[in-house]
Design a binder for this molecule. Sequence first.
Ligand SMILES: [Zn+2]
Length: 193
Amino acid sequence: MSNSSSNPTESSAKPRVKNQPVSLNLSCPECFYAKYPASGFCTNRDCAQSERSSRAMTGDEILRQFELPTLFHGRRWGTWTLDTERLCLVYDASQEERGDGSGRTAGVPLYVGYFGKYEVDLETIRHSAGMLDWIFQIRKKSWATRAVTKDLLNALDSIFHPQENLCSGHSHKTIKDPKAFLRSRFETVGVAA
Ligand SMILES: [Zn+2]
């Protein structure tokens, strides 16, 4: 994000390597959930690092302290990792470089992707039924422990905010253009207006 503005002479052909969560210190060192950017507390309520300050705070302080982290490339909810390039939520992911060099991807700019054992194609989620289908399909997997399913719910909540965008007040909503919806979420969540 800030890379392009800080170095305007760089051409658009530069590798599309986005935020590196570890180096930018955006993630909790214990559970790898994102941290609240202002306070540094962990967004995972089950993590010891999520401890809140006990001193009295003004409404503004509280609001600022819990400003949401952005939906950055590589953001994790436990065992799930968001790949904002491929629009996937990846289980048990590791970081891999793709693009130029493999032969099959000649001419494709180099980028870091997240690849793992299983992935949720976020673009297929257009309504509540689509999301429920993913949740209960994954629930049946042998590797879907309590932590895995909880992390999945947390990830889907952060990415989609379903109660606003899919199922507000028990009513049915449809995401007309999933790609545009996701891009808009990535650009706006946690970004000061
Ligand atoms: Zn944590």
